[in-house]
Design a binder for this molecule. Structure first.
Ligand SMILES: [Zn+2]
Length: 132
């Protein structure tokens, strides 16, 4: 394995999710954790990235309920799309697990969340978070 093949890519990031793993990029220069992957560090602009493990812990900062989904996700609607701020300081978009999409009033911003995965009827895995 040379440096090039170890270089984090978005394709590999997505592949990890399908394998039930959540890895983020970490800036080799300043240590900022970046997920989903970007070409360069939002903090220092470096393009030197390495993989890092994520604690999977964070808190809910925003959410919305998708009632009318794009065609490929129609079977799954309604569902939540949420923004989670990870303990590592980066924000990710993910599904919510364990909340009734017809009762959004039960979902509270600031709730402590932990990583899980959900699988669609077609067998596709998504990052998801549930109440910790
Ligand atoms: Zn950086």
């Amino acid at each position: 394995m040379n440096d090039k093949s170890n270089k984090p890519t978005i394709e590999k990031y997505k592949q990890f999710i399908q394998e039930g793993k959540f890895r983020a990029f970490k800036c080799s220069d300043c240590g900022a954790v970046i997920a989903p992957p970007l070409g360069s560090c939002y903090s220092c602009g470096s393009s030197k990235m390495e993989w890092t493990e994520i604690s999977g812990k964070g808190r809910l900062v925003s959410f919305t309920v998708i009632h009318v989904a794009p065609e490929e996700f129609q079977d799954e609607a309604p569902y939540y799309i949420a923004i989670i701020e990870l303990d590592e300081g980066t924000r990710v978009t993910a599904r919510l697990s364990g909340f009734d999409p017809l009762k959004p009033e039960d979902v509270k911003l600031g709730t402590s969340m932990e990583l899980t995965f959900i699988e669609s009827p077609k067998g596709r895995k998504y990052l998801a978070f549930k109440a910790a």
